[in-house]
Design a protein. Sequence first.
Lengths: 114, 111
Amino acid sequence: DAGVIQSPRHEVTEMGQEVTLRCKPISGHNSLFWYRQTMMRGLELLIYFNNNVPIDDSGMPEDRFSAKMPNASFSTLKIQPSEPRDSAVYFCASSIGASSYEQYFGPGTRLTVT
Amino acid sequence: GQQVMQIPQYQHVQEGEDFTTYCNSSTTLSNIQWYKQRPGGHPVFLIQLVKSGEVKKQKRLTFQFGEAKKNSSLHITATQTTDVGTYFCAGIMEYGNKLVFGAGTILRVKS
């Protein structure tokens, strides 16, 4: 099994640019989660989807962040415009059910905004 | 907001010593999960506890869920260098719908 796949693994961009992070969950999993990890704030849940529908987006920092899940095998997290404080590692995770099931994390995307 | 507190923040032990990290919530949890993240890696699921007072073991690791379902602990017996990493607890509040992660405990092991 390929596990959760994320791309790109590293992204360096300038402030003001649009950034798109991509995630392919494990086949058969119907829940998908986007997390952000920083030293200061730890691991934060940004948004999660169940059966491609956003269930809880209360963790999305502000309107500059948006996430979509057009089908069961693909999700994107977009930041527009990006700011230096968005620099972090962004993880995507999937599970066979809702939050009460174990989550499988992808390798993460390390984003640096200069 | 809903929080899961985890202590200590950091622990440095000699190989062979024991290690324990503690997790506390101000509200009752419906379940609690534990994850391990190696340096430069991603969180990996270790275990889930659901029942009050539950104790589970995985080789040298012992996980406990408190009787009131508000606290949990992970104990590692005789640490090895392969145990290094950050250990996170994550809980779902009793009437909540999402996993809330603790800040994690960073474990370093001196050989």
